[in-house]
Design a protein around this ligand. Structure first.
Ligand code: PXP
Length: 238
């Protein structure tokens, strides 16, 4: 399984002072040195953390893979088409939310998504749709001809009992199997940490995980290089 590190929260810390440090671009370089397979950032419409300058520099400097998380708002889509990340992960976005709160309603937004996906793909950008572990949403993603889905793992991560976590994990596994069967690449993410990631090593259909908050939080205490390296070892079972 590959590990992509989301560096948004390095930018969150920078924005807390409105100054230049810490720089998420430097963070991305350290993540790559520590063995990350890719870098993820979310250019939000309100620019609350990652900004346009970060995205342009990341595109220039990231040597592994750049995954731009984004809404389907036309201004953001136009930036993506210019920057050309390796992957665009489309997510729902609401201004008041603290973080992405759930998967896209692919069925309900089918026509809008179709146009955005066509525009991104015609600029040679692969597209991933962030979806809840729900069969119909995975099927709709496949119908739209995207290359990947990212299964939302937030319900699993927030489960309040072992039993609930097991049920949520089962949904994720079934969705991953379906995604592969439909020819999609399958990623997963949201709320994953150093402990709850472990069962994912057994789900062979999941190619990649996207992890941010847990790694950046640990980095405060052990340093970013160590925090990433530890997660790389867990994800790859080494
Ligand atoms: N994947 C998606 C689509 C997300 O929106 C986020 C949060 O930005 C993540 C993964 C990473 O989540 P976390 O920061 O909880 O690891």
């Amino acid at each position: 399984m590959r590990l992509c590190v989301n560096i948004d929260h390095v930018a969150t810390l920078r924005q807390a002072r409105g100054e230049l440090e810490p720089d998420p671009v430097t963070a991305a370089m350290i993540c790559e040195l520590a063995g990350a397979d890719g870098i993820v950032c979310h250019l939000r419409e309100d620019r609350r953390h990652i900004n346009d300058r970060d995205v342009h520099l990341l595109r220039e400097l990231v040597k592994t893979k750049l995954d731009l998380e984004m809404s389907i708002e036309p201004q953001i889509v136009s930036i993506a088409c210019k920057v050309r990340p390796d992957l665009s992960t489309l997510v729902p976005e609401r201004r008041q939310e603290l973080t992405t709160e759930g998967g896209l309603d692919v069925i309900g937004n089918f026509e809008r998504l179709k146009n955005v996906i066509r525009e991104l793909q015609s600029n040679k950008i692969e597209v991933s749709l962030f979806v809840d572990p729900v069969k119909e949403q995975i099927q709709a993603a496949a119908d739209l001809g995207v290359e990947f889905v990212e299964i939302h793992t937030g319900f699993y991560a927030n489960a309040v009992s072992e039993e609930e976590a097991k049920e949520e994990l089962e949904k994720i596994k079934e969705s991953a199997i379906l995604g592969r069967k439909l020819g999609l690449g399958v990623n997963a993410g949201h709320g994953l940490n150093y402990l709850n990631i472990i069962p994912f090593r057994e789900i062979k259909e999941i190619e990649e995980v996207s992890i941010g908050h847990a790694i950046i939080s640990r980095a405060v205490f052990v340093g970013l290089f160590n925090a990433v390296q530890e997660m790389v070892k867990i994800v790859k079972g080494i």
